[in-house]
Design a protein around this ligand. Structure first.
Ligand code: HEM
Length: 166
């Protein structure tokens, strides 16, 4: 099955029709989506500012990451589920929307940046855990993460303004 046929199948599904045709389903799902992404971005911001050496110095970087990551992942799971439901409701139009495509690329890049951090600077965190100025690799990860998640949110916001009816 081609991607086009898959998106059309999603659009034709009873679930998609229910979200499209019920006046309150989409706004409620999008509100949950926005709530989830505020928690994703909020917890990531706190860690990234610590990696950049700006805030939360009373706590070691490792303690902060260990304490906040479960909230980030739980909120990310809710963002994925609600995002997928929103996507399903108008799959063909969203799949062709450049802001939606850039948002997905930015989410993948943010994930890659996080993986590189955990496989490099985080492995040596014992050396710099309480340092006011973390090593360059950690600061770069923090900076890229902040920029990429801001890009995800901006592209996410622009989707609704740029969606063309297919
Ligand atoms: C944690 C990751 C995510 C973030 C930070 C994020 C961010 C956003 C933002 C800021 C909006 C605009 C909300 C508004 O205008 O009220 C949005 C809307 C949307 N997001 Fe996400 N999103 C994420 C994940 C996803 C995923 C994984 C999908 C799809 C699989 C998705 C699909 C959508 C759709 C379809 C909309 C609605 C656009 C519209 O018509 O207004 N999102 N997202």
């Amino acid at each position: 099955m081609s991607l086009e046929a898959l998106f059309q199948k999603l659009y034709d599904s009873p679930l998609a029709a229910a979200i499209r045709e019920n006046t309150s389903y989409f706004p409620w799902i999008e509100s949950l989506h926005v709530l989830a992404i505020t928690l994703v971005f909020g917890t990531i911001c706190i860690v990234d500012l610590r990696l950049l050496g700006y805030r939360a110095h009373r706590r070691g970087a490792r303690r902060l990451i260990v304490d906040l990551l479960p909230f980030t992942w739980a909120a990310f799971a809710v963002a994925i589920v609600t995002g997928a439901l929103l996507f399903t409701s108008n799959a063909v139009a969203y799949a062709h929307n450049a802001q939606f495509q850039w948002k997905m690329i930015a989410i993948l890049a943010a994930g890659l940046n996080m993986a590189v951090f955990h496989l490099t600077a985080y492995r040596r965190i014992g050396d710099w855990d309480d340092a006011h100025r973390p090593p360059l690799a950690a600061r770069l990860s923090g900076a890229f993460s902040l920029l990429l998640w801001i890009a995800v949110i901006v592209f996410g916001r622009l989707i609704g303004f740029t969606l063309s009816v297919f």
